[in-house]
Design a protein around this ligand. Sequence first.
Ligand code: ATP
Ligand code: MG
Length: 364
Amino acid sequence: MENGRADTVRIVGLNHHFGAGEARTQILQDITLAIQPGELVILTGPSGCGKTTLLTLIGGLRQVQEGSLRVLGREMAGLTDAGLIEVRRDIGFIFQAHNLFESLTALQNVRMAMELKRNDPDGMRRDAVRALESVGLGHRVHYKPKGLSGGQRQRVAIARALVNRPRLVLADEPTAALDKESTGTVMDLLDALKAEGSTILIVTHDNKILGRADRIVSMADRQIKSNVTAETFQVCEFLRNCPILTGLGADELASVAAQVASERHPAGTEVIRQGDEGDKFYLIKDGKAEVFVRDDTSTRRVRVLARGDYFGEVALMSNRPRTATVLAIDDLDLYVLDKASFRAAIDSIASFQQRLREVFSRRQ
Ligand SMILES: Nc1ncnc2c1ncn2[C@@H]1O[C@H](COP(=O)(O)OP(=O)(O)OP(=O)(O)O)[C@@H](O)[C@H]1O
Ligand SMILES: [Mg+2]
């Protein structure tokens, strides 16, 4: 329980193996994860790391082998097949292989999902048509899967998953076969469902939809490696690609990212001024800046900085005034660490500290 409400999904110490004897292979290792009601969580990670296996366990499509997995208030470990079927009724599945019935029309495929729950043929027909309209297939309700494109079939599967307004939606690459517009439509539908209180877990490699998530969980090598807000995740991805931070572990990146703020400086404005006291460290997210150094006789432009470059560290490390002025050439988007966070970061991250010291001595 958290905040007095039961988690929609609560996993503790989950392990999973495939195969037997010598072929037995561990696929999931010590997975611990909680998803609260109404959250939209994205699960990401390299191919083969176990995402689909985890999703199918949460969906009651496989038996739990080891550990605890609670879904919608029920412990899945030890449930009989009948118990698992019961839990599955409250879940909407959107899976890679969309499993439409080839002999049924789009409308009949969507209607099927309601058969176990309802007994009002007219209402079911109306809701099925409405669900298909909402995924942009109002003009294809009487088509069978073989007459639909891959993306259209995927949208039928989505209509089918959402028609019952499930409390939990599990989606495996739901936008993989879709163009940009259909991806937007599908994400809008999932957002609308979330607004009604559904909890949504999406496996995806689609960077375009990361911003829609409340949280992003990354898996690698059978394990969960990080579990952060979408904003922190995007900062981490940016930091990971900054040369100065290359090689930092996920935990170190996440701890730095958690303290980063964003700033925007319009073209032509001064970000720091030579001689001022230094209070912040800057990384360039977007735009260009120029660095000027003034001495007794002249002012020289010493370099141009762009995305991924950084500045402002010298004054923070030396406790002396700024040694240069930095001007925004065009609108400049920056990630910023204040002095205390910067010092805490470099103190806690030995490799980061080492690299900064190297650069610092070169810039003296
Ligand atoms: N039924 C099975 N029997 C044996 N091994 C399996 C089975 N299903 C999956 N695996 C193996 O388990 C590992 C994880 O598979 P899984 O499908 O969960 O990966 P994934 O993260 O979803 O990958 P992808 O992004 O490619 O879909 C893989 O090495 C896969 O080969
Ligand atoms: Mg998969």
